[in-house]
Each structure stands twice: as structure tokens, then as C-alpha cells.
Design a protein around this ligand. Structure first.
Ligand code: SF4
Length: 291
């Protein structure tokens, strides 16, 4: 079959020139194209923030919903129609601030969704306040004084919440990010990519220049194998991934941290509990709870 083209919508992306979101969007277009996903069976869900505009720019089904609530919306969409490919886009303020509880719940459930975090350390849409991933004592040009809160480590949080595919990419390494998105979408279970995304307007600390010097690829290390081969191996691989997730500063790893294909997806657990799920219309579904 010829690969599908035309995932680009006719809505003009109005992000600031030079924003890392452009790199993420380009990688997403390319990944969708190479996966040859049917636009009618693909859904992009976003919350509020600069990244929240993403569904408008992609020619698949899209929902631009409430602040912090992209994951619950995506959960409802996926569980009512498990055949859909559902991808969540959100910023660190959206997914790890107001939406943090939903982020953790998705990992615990291991629903077959992909979450792409546009991680820029600021609330860009509202003029650059410190967001959940900005480290303690860092002062960006949009802050009057240095940040006085500890940051959330998105990779560590995803690993400890139960996500079964966890990766980190960089917005301006398009080929590498495209491959991560393809792997995440193809993974069955909750998949997460933390994308380092320079905000050129408000974050003058974590710039493209900073990341160009700091990022290195895990895939370049022949000794790095993030895939859990047997269930018994899961905790060893998880501990290695957690240790690697703590690396930050002069050297920042990107690539796949952890993949565990041995955990059942939530949809499969529902299928064991709900008679007829998911092959019949959910509105006619017979629900037999066993506990
Ligand atoms: Fe991008 Fe920052 Fe501009 Fe938002 S404010 S579009 S994140 S550069």
C-alpha cells in the first residue's frame, strides 16, 4: 500500500518562530505518515497551553479540551472504541501540574494510549511562569526571582506510575523523535515520551544551544537494552531505567528508557470483566462486575 500523505491540516501553526513545538509537529507528521495511520481511526487529544493547539494542525480526528483533562478525555475515547489510535499532546504545566493525578492513573491502568509531553519548563501561553519541570533556583528571563519549587522528573514519574513504554526525545532531533513516536504508538499499553522542547520566548536557560551540548543518545550505548525480555527481568530493567532517569545537567540521555510488553493492557482486563467488551456497542454493553 502507498504511504498516506497529507496529515498537515490547512490551519497555520501560530507558535513563536523558532519554538520547539515545530520540531515535535514535524516529527509527528512524519511518524503518522510512516505508520500509514488511517486519519478516521486516529485521534489527537490536547489540553490547554501552546502544545494544546496541536490537534488543529493535524489532519486526523482531534479534541482540544480542558486544562489538565486531556488524559481523561483520551481514556473515554479509547475505552469506548479500543480500535482507535489515540495520542495525547500536552505541556508540562498541563499534564504534570493540574493533570498530574490523571497522568499517574494512566500509568497504573496501562491503557493503550500514547502521551507526548512538550516539556519546556514554563507556562508559555500565560507569559512564562515556572512550570512543574523547571528546576529549583533556576531563573528564566520571565521570572522576577529564581524558582523556589523542586521540579517533577517526568521520566521518573512515568516509570514509577507503571507506564510500560517510557522514552525521552529532543524537539530538534526530528529523525530520532519520529522513531520514538512510531515505537510509542505501536506499543500496546501506556506509552510516554518526554520531549525536551525549547521555548524561545520565555525560557532562556534550557535553550536549543543548551540541549545541543547536553543531550546524548542511549541507543548509542551498545550495553543499553531497555526491553524487558521476561517478567522476572522487569524490576532489574526498571531500576536501571530509574537510575538513568536521574541523569540531568551537562549530560542528558534521550532515547528509550524502558519497555515492558509483559503487562496486560487495561482494555484486556476490562474484556475479562465486561461481557461482550469491546466487540459490541458500548451503549448496549452488558456489565457483569465480579467484585
Ligand atoms: Fe513556543 Fe514558548 Fe512561544 Fe509557546 S511561548 S509558542 S512554547 S516559544
Amino acid at each position: 500500500m502507498e504511504p498516506r500523505k497529507g496529515y498537515k491540516s490547512n490551519v497555520w501553526p501560530d507558535w513563536c518562530p523558532g519554538c520547539g513545538n515545530f520540531g515535535i509537529l514535524t516529527a509527528l507528521y512524519k511518524a503518522l505518515e510512516e505508520l500509514n495511520l488511517d486519519p478516521s481511526e486516529t485521534v489527537i487529544v490536547s489540553g490547554i497551553g501552546c502544545s494544546g493547539k496541536t490537534p488543529h494542525f493535524v489532519n486526523v480526528n482531534g479534541v482540544h479540551t480542558l486544562h489538565g483533562r486531556a488524559i481523561p478525555f483520551a481514556t473515554g475515547i479509547k475505552l469506548s472504541n479500543p480500535g482507535l489510535k489515540v495520542i495525547v499532546h500536552g505541556g508540562d504545566g498541563d499534564l504534570l501540574g493540574i493533570g498530574a493525578g490523571h497522568f499517574v492513573a494512566l500509568g497504573r491502568r496501562n491503557i493503550d494510549l500514547t502521551v507526548i509531553l512538550h516539556d519546556n519548563g514554563v507556562y508559555g501561553l500565560t507569559k512564562g511562569q515556572a512550570s512543574p519541570t523547571l528546576p529549583l533556583k533556576v531563573k528564566t528571563k520571565s521570572l522576577a526571582k529564581p524558582n523556589i519549587q523542586q521540579p517533577v522528573n517526568p521520566v521518573l514519574l512515568a516509570l514509577s506510575s507503571g507506564y510500560t513504554f517510557v522514552a525521552r526525545g529532543y524537539a530538534f532531533d526530528g529523525m530520532h523523535l519520529k522513531n520514538l513516536i512510531k515505537m510509542a504508538v505501536q506499543h500496546r499499553g501506556a506509552s510516554f515520551i518526554d520531549v525536551l522542547q525549547p521555548c524561545v520566548t520565555f525560557n532562556d536557560v534550557y535553550t536549543a544551544d543548551f540541549y545541543r551540548k547536553a543531550v546524548y543518545k542511549l541507543d548509542g550505548d551498545p550495553g543499553w537494552d531497555p526491553v524487558v525480555k521476561t517478567p522476572e527481568e522487569a524490576s532489574i530493567k526498571l531500576l536501571r531505567a530509574i537510575e538513568k532517569s536521574l541523569e540531568w545537567g551537562d549530560r542528558i540521555p534521550i532515547g528509550v528508557f524502558y519497555v515492558n510488553p509483559h503487562v496486560s493492557a487495561f482494555e484486556d482486563r476490562l474484556g475479562e470483566r465486561l461481557k461482550g467488551y469491546p466487540s459490541i456497542n458500548p451503549s448496549n454493553m452488558v456489565i457483569e462486575m465480579d467484585g
